[in-house]
Design a protein around this ligand. Sequence first.
Ligand SMILES: Nc1nc2c(c(=O)[nH]1)N=C([C@H](O)[C@H](O)COP(=O)(O)OP(=O)(O)OP(=O)(O)O)CN2
Ligand SMILES: [Zn+2]
Length: 137
Amino acid sequence: MPGDVLLTRIEQFSAAHRLFVRGLSDQENFKLFDKCSRENGHGHNYKVEIRVKGKVDAQTGMVMDLGVLKKNIQSVIDQVDHTFLDKDVPFFADKPSTVENICIFFWEQLKDTLPPGVKMNKVKVYETDKNVAAYKG
Ligand SMILES: Nc1nc2c(c(=O)[nH]1)N=C([C@H](O)[C@H](O)COP(=O)(O)OP(=O)(O)OP(=O)(O)O)CN2
Ligand SMILES: [Zn+2]
């Protein structure tokens, strides 16, 4: 029987954010996050790669329908697109909106939406072309 196949869907969203730790002073936050801690925030056009893993169904030829994966991801994108992450998205109410935590956010939101036998494999988020994080659960 053939092995597992990796299937990836790539999406984008735009959001504002500010890197800071609640409970630390402005000075302490500036020491940690420099310009990214400024109160007015700043924005990114994020790219998100969602990779799932499973067997190819002999009849359909699919690990899962990419259309279903697209809808599932879109419902997560809708929670963050054109928001101020730290103010508008409850997940970031108690943790900094780093690119690392954004990976974990997508993983947590998507992990229970997959069909039987299909598992999350990797979430990769590009904050900029140069700043990228990946999470494998
Ligand atoms: N570990 C992390 N470090 C930083 C993160 C992060 O998510 N995880 N994020 C930031 C800021 O969000 C910041 O916006 C990064 O973007 P940018 O200022 O464009 O980054 P650079 O200074 O590296 O860009 P250059 O093009 O090289 O000037 C900071 N740290
Ligand atoms: Zn940033």
